[in-house]
Write a protein that binds this ligand. Sequence first.
Ligand code: PBG
Ligand code: ZN
Length: 341
Amino acid sequence: MNLRESMKSDFPSVRLRRLRKNSSIRDLVAEVKIDSSSLIMPLFVKEGLDGRESIDGMPGQERLSIKELLKEVSELLDLGVKAILLFGIPLKKDEFGSSAYDKDGVVQRAVKEVKKNFGEEVTVITDVCLCQYTSHGHCGILLEKDMQKIIENDKTIEALAKIALSHAEAGADIVAPSDMMDGRVGAIRRALEDAGYTNTAIMSYSVKYASSLYGPFRSAAYSKPAFGDRRIYQMDPRNVREALREVELDISEGADIVMVKPASWYLDIISLIKDNFNVPVAAYSVSGEYTMIKLIAEKGLIDEKQAVWEQLHSIKRAGADMIITYYAKEYAKWTRDGILS
Ligand code: PBG
Ligand code: ZN
């Protein structure tokens, strides 16, 4: 057969289906895979709580006492999920969010207990912010200026450095500032270095968009701003290049891991950051992303497991090295039980 004839007869024949014919061959050629050890489970620990409390806006998620937190960590470890992101819910709030850096605060005590019980087996990441601790619910310290309340950036970063240091003292492996103030990574890095915590890593919420998808979290953590919104410190969803500047600054200030948040509606941003920098990239699939799937699945309109499988792989495909997801535990369980294929 000459070339002409072979082209006419469509030879060699292209059949992409050959590599899709069964699940073992699909696994073989899969370009991305998710391992439980690259998932991070966010957990809420609530001061003064006895036992567990379900969270209305996030079906399946609970606020935990420290004792229940320990049980939860043990179950996660059994499932191969080795990292948690801790959020504290304090009893007391004030104008300055001072309970956030109390060394006997709920997060500080929780971290100590987790580390005492599980040591190096688990990676403890702590959310560093003020919004659950301030009476007004903003992520910073407010200043009254010309009859208007504004966020005092530099006072706020001092407070954030104190919070991060108190978490490091309690034994946190990684501190994760989620406030989006300017210069906070540098302030935290300096505070940690000065106190000798050279091995505490910083996972910066570098690219955090002012998103509607945080709704369920705010009701879970009682952190809705009492007035205004977070658009003066969080990123505008219309911007892309600004994300590069945020990441560049955070790396220069000493961030070890950078995060993009939310994940699903910002896959382009994850992939851009991945292509332009050489630090590990985390993606946070936030409360709204979780609850959307939960509720639509409860209605019987979507297959929950397949939806989560697809969502997490899309985030991985975009370039996330690690994924923070409220589905971490369930996903690990489905994988272990062979329910996902
Ligand atoms: C607070 C914080 C928020 C989330 C994580 N840390 C909410 C916010 O900025 O209002 C959102 C997480 C989620 O929605 O799952 N700094
Ligand atoms: Zn905050």
